[in-house]
Design a protein. Structure first.
Length: 644
């Protein structure tokens, strides 16, 4: 094995706020981070990849209260959602930090105390316009509306004047040091347009920053002054230190700090490019190398938002396509930094044309020919002709270009180049027509050479795609008969001619089945959010309503359906007869709770077989976030009475 460089590379995603479940925006950031992580690992560097959750603050407190939970219970639930999604997307992070962990809280307090002692944090009185929804004081230059109030420029909600005792961070003292730092490291923020935004903002002057709250209880207490909690942003940013061992594993911390890349969405650039380096300067930490601010994904050209009901659930795609098409699409479609547009048409088109056609077909026909003509063995080559040499040299060239793009974080460009090469190899096969040579025994060696070149190219392609589509790459690699994992070969070792003669290939399985757009849209219809279903709610006539027979039924027996968490088998008296029904309420209600009680059932629904049981009716229940609540009668009613 070649010498590995062993440089330390520390990459982070933002920690995600637990007042909401993961969506495509979080997914995008985290996929980019995972690709960078895998690239660095292939380069032989020591990499630490940190992600996690931001769990304090007013919004979490509020969201938890609305759900009847404690903040930490809400956080625990949402954390599981994130961890599941990252697993399903093949994200290989090294550590998942939660800001409610004691080591994080201790670390933040330690730094807070240090800055107090230095005089960079001081106590004063803050009066200003405060946006509750964003937990943020508005900038001074936000204009007064006619009614004498201010509107939050970030969320459009009305702000309140808040005056409170407060600790300040002396940000004003860091204007000059920050400008000097930006001048010295112009690539600190990428893309460059974002660096310009930051510089011009700082040039206008910086005011001291209020970094504590007395109104918020769900946060880290200020050391020695527990009526104050540390502002959620100050708390959260320090995860990048505590997540790598600050104050609890200093050996790890020394090895990886400063961060190589903080990957963020452009909406939180100011926090990462101005406040964060200022906090770090104040506490005498070395500064991160790069902050990359990526763009936003729009859905059908409009911004996704919960209120519009157009937030894209990653599982809609994952369930149908698996992780690699989503990883590929998000990185291929736009350069990091620009906004992208997600449409189902665009997605399905790209997956079918790039993955199923270009790459999928190359894999299938190359391997099938080796299977058919050489009994699955890579062998019998003659010397390269000019056209063969060209396809090899084009790969050498591709590798150089891709590595350069990797250095510049130009991931979409790298994919573009890889696909240009896939076309070349497809063309190479079309021009050489190996299927014709196979009919002529005297051309056997020539045939061997052509299939060797195609398989060697494919090996190189699957290697270069590994950071983007690890699952599919490993499959292609395995089809080619490679036994060592891809990661065992470093970038510097990768060569076209690493494909060994005599290697036995495996029978390929289809990698990317074609999906028709209409099938995909049907899937989405089924899964679209309740908010969206409501928008599309159809009206029924009174006659249609009358056709439905709702009755008061009494539960005579109830038992769990074996092998399920949610299903109960009920025996229900509906007045005229006894019916068997299956109800999805076992995660909320025990069988004993239901027996002897009367509820509303629809009794003329076509029977459905559920887990082998014919359900002859349906119990009505409200559904809130997947959990059922059964409505009941406030007086005793006769079994069998009609409900309308
Ligand atoms: Zn706001």
């Amino acid at each position: 094995m070649a010498k590995r460089s062993n440089k330390a590379f520390y990459i982070t995603t933002p920690i995600y706020y637990v007042n909401d479940v993961p969506h495509i925006g979080h997914t995008y950031t985290t996929i980019i981070a995972d690709v960078l992580n895998r690239i660095q690992k292939l380069s032989g560097n020591k990499v630490f990849f940190l992600t996690g959750t931001d769990e304090h603050g007013q919004k979490v407190e509020k969201a938890a209260t609305e759900r009847g939970l404690k903040p930490i219970e809400l956080a625990d639930q949402v954390v599981e959602r994130y961890k599941d999604l990252w697993k399903d997307l093949n994200i290989s992070y090294d550590f998942f930090i939660r800001t409610t962990e004691p080591f994080h809280e201790k670390g933040v307090q330690k730094i807070f105390r240090k800055l107090m002692e230095k005089g960079d944090i001081y106590k004063g009185i803050y009066k200003g316009w405060y946006c509750v929804s964003d937990e943020n004081f508005l900038a001074e230059d936000v204009p007064l509306e006619k009614g004498g109030y201010k509107i939050c420029p970030d969320c459009g909600k009305r702000a309140d004047v808040v005056s409170e005792d407060c600790y300040f961070f002396k940000l004003s003292a860091y204007q000059k040091p920050l400008l000097d730092f930006y001048a010295k490291f112009p690539a600190f923020v990428r893309p460059p347009s974002r660096m310009n935004e930051v510089v011009s903002f700082v040039r206008q002057g910086l005011k001291d920053l209020s970094i504590t709250r007395t109104t918020v209880k769900w946060g880290i207490p200020v050391p020695d002054d527990p009526d104050h909690t540390i502002y959620v942003w100050f708390d959260a940013l320090h995860n990048y230190l505590t997540g790598i061992g600050y104050d609890w594993n200093m050996e790890l911390f020394e090895k990886f700090w400063p961060a190589t890349v903080h990957l963020i969405g452009k909406d939180i650039l100011r926090f990462h490019a101005i406040f964060w380096p200022a906090f770090l300067m104040a506490a005498d930490f070395p500064l991160p190398k790069t902050v990359i601010g990526h763009g936003w994904w729009l859905k059908d050209k409009t911004k996704m938002s919960k209120s519009k009901g157009n937030v894209l659930d990653p599982y809609l795609i994952l369930d149908t396509f698996g992780p690699d098409p989503l990883r590929y699409f998000l990185l291929r479609e736009i350069p990091i930094g620009l906004d992208g547009n997600f449409s189902h048409e665009g997605f399905v088109h790209r997956v079918n044309s790039d993955l199923a056609n270009d790459l999928g077909n190359l894999v299938q026909r190359t391997l099938t020919m080796i299977q058919n003509y050489f009994n699955g063995k890579i062998e019998e080559t003659e010397k390269e002709e000019k056209i063969d040499k060209e396809i090899r040299l084009e790969f050498d060239n591709l590798k150089k270009k891709v590595l350069k793009f990797f250095e510049d974080y130009a991931l979409s460009k790298a994919l573009e180049e890889i696909w240009a090469y896939i076309s070349s190899v497809n063309k190479y096969l079309a021009v050489n027509e190996p299927w014709k040579l196979a009919k002529d025994q005297s051309k056997r060696k020539r045939l061997g050479r052509i299939l060797y070149q195609a398989a060697a190219a494919l090996r190189g392609i699957s290697y270069l795609l590994f950071p983007f589509m690890p699952g599919s790459s490993e499959k292609i690699w395995g089809f080619l008969g490679e036994e060592e994992p891809i990661q065992e070969e470093s970038f510097s070792e990768l060569k076209f001619e690493n494909l060994k003669l005599g290697q036995k290939i495996k029978k390929p399985k289809p990698l990317f089945p074609r999906i028709a757009l209409k099938d995909f849209l049907k899937e989405e219809e089924k899964k679209s959010s309740p908010a969206r279903k409501e928008e599309k709610m159809e009206q029924v006539t009174f006659d249609e309503f009358k056709r439905m027979d709702f009755r008061v039924g009494e539960v005579l027996k109830a038992e769990r359906v074996e092998g399920t968490d949610k299903l109960l088998k009920l025996e229900v008296d509906i007045g005229t007869e006894k019916r068997t029904m299956v109800a999805g309420v076992a995660d909320v209600y025990s069988p004993e709770e239901l027996v002897g009680k009367k509820f509303v059932f629809i009794v003329n629904l076509k029977p459905a077989v559920i887990r082998g049981i014919e359900s002859q009716g349906m119990l009505l229940a409200a559904e809130v976030e997947g959990k059922a609540t059964i409505p009941f009668f406030d007086k005793d009613v006769q079994t069998g009475a009609k409900v309308r």
